[in-house]
Design a protein around this ligand. Structure first.
Ligand SMILES: *Cc1c(COP(=O)(O)O)cnc(C)c1O
Length: 396
């Protein structure tokens, strides 16, 4: 190997992680090798497929226990979970909500559903998530405290909440972010959609926000087909979240009374059954995913011009999607590398287009985004399914 950057060297390193052969390697595939069939069959056999059933309750209890929060509320997807988190945190039409520019569209969409305005903030290269110190300095410059909250002096709008997102499963620096939110009078909501199984300072992500959102979409670490959950340590908010996501029906043996405009955001029992089976396998998935990440780390250790992204200090990551970063000087080679790998049947993907560059969000406020812009140019996600590791071993 030369010490020059070459697409060939990166491709060879990537190839070495997988078993020989020409099988297509997807970015992230679900894995159903536990009790999925048994639990789902039971739903079909008993007719409990829809809005109520024992698997919903069980999934919620087991999620709360695993993530270490008082209450978990299963919902229809992660976007709906974020929407309800924001509403319950008091985000109202015309408010601004801080969020990373480098995130999946769901974060910005959920803010828009509230009639609120996304305000895009920069990331740090270490975590790929919000840079708490840069954000604090920025807020210090542009905001003022009033009786009713923190206001953006430039726009006159209230900044009600901040939504850090744990990109690809790597926890954001939550302690300084939480302190900053406290100091400025801003509610913190974690978009933990990608970070089930990721811990910060020994505690599961999702415990720092007033409320947090998980996703169980088909490409996430565990899946219910489609699904999500709201996490909170506030019992009252937990009760409200359940009420609001189940059409706000007042319990009664036969009467249909509803005491607010609620949402039909329930997770069906048949999906929760999948979730229970998947949760049983989560520890094994996490072991396999970390082992796969370790193979990547080793494979890329001596390849010039590229860095494999590892978990930040203080964090234990689920390595949901493995990630490499090209050095600045070679960012121009990203698309060529994407082409070579995808042509060879190894599915790789660039980062999301930054939210501020999408036409519907282009006019919204943002701070200097130079790190997010740099990450966007240099970042590539690698195949990350849990079972890849087993396969690699079997063929090693
Ligand atoms: C997956 C994901 C969500 C939620 O997506 P759904 O498909 O609605 O479950 C939200 N935010 C981020 C960052 C995600 O990756």
């Amino acid at each position: 190997m030369t010490d020059e950057f070459s697409i060939e060297a990166i491709f060879t390193a990537l190839r070495s992680v997988f078993p020989p052969g020409n099988a297509f390697v997807p970015l992230h595939e679900p894995c159903f090798i536990g009790n999925e069939w048994t639990y789902v069959k039971e739903c079909l056999d008993t007719g409990w497929v829809s809005s109520v059933g024992k698997y919903v309750d069980r999934f919620e209890e087991e999620l709360a226990a695993y993530t270490g929060v008082k209450r978990a509320i299963a919902v229809v997807n992660g976007t709906a979970a974020l929407h309800v988190c924001l509403m319950l945190a008091g985000v109202r039409a015309g408010d601004e909500v801080l969020m990373p520019a480098l995130t999946f569209i769901a974060t910005a969409n959920a803010v828009s559903y509230c009639g609120a305005v996304p305000h895009f903030v920069d990331s740090e290269e270490r975590t790929l998530g919000i840079d708490p110190h840069k954000l604090a300095a920025y807020l210090h410059k542009i905001t003022e405290r009033r009786d009713d909250g923190c206001f953006n002096r430039n726009t006159g709008r209230r900044i009600k909440a901040a939504v850090p997102m744990h990109a690809f499963g790597h926890p954001v620096d939550l302690d300084p972010l939480g302190e900053m939110c406290c100091r400025f009078g801003i509610e913190m909501i974690e978009d933990a959609a990608e970070s089930l199984g990721s811990f910060y300072k020994g505690r599961h992500t999702g415990q720092w926000g007033l409320l947090s959102a998980l996703s169980f979409n088909g490409n996430k670490t565990i899946t219910t087909g489609g699904g999500g959950a709201i996490l909170t340590n506030d019992e009252d908010l937990g009760r409200l979240a359940k009420h609001l996501t189940t059409t706000a029906k007042v319990p009664h043996r036969w009467e249909f009374n509803h005491d607010m405009v609620g949402y039909n955001y329930r997770l069906p029992n048949v999906n929760a059954a999948l979730g229970c089976a998947q949760l049983e396998q989560l520890p094994a998935f996490l072991v396999a995913k970390r082992a796969l990440a370790e193979r990547y780390r080793k494979a890329f250790a001596d390849v010039p011009g590229v860095r494999f992204v590892t978990e930040p200090d203080d964090a234990h990551s689920n390595y949901w999607l493995n990630t490499i970063l090209l050095d600045q000087a070679h960012a121009g080679q990203r698309d060529a590398l994407l082409a070579v790998t995808n042509d060879a049947g190894i599915m790789t993907r660039p980062a999301w287009t930054l939210m501020n560059r999408l036409q519907m969000f282009a006019e919204f406020p943002r701070m200097d985004l130079r790190i997010a812009e740099s990450l966007e140019r240099r970042l590539i996600n690698l195949p990350s399914s849990a079972f890849l590791e087993g396969e690699a071993h079997a063929n090693a």
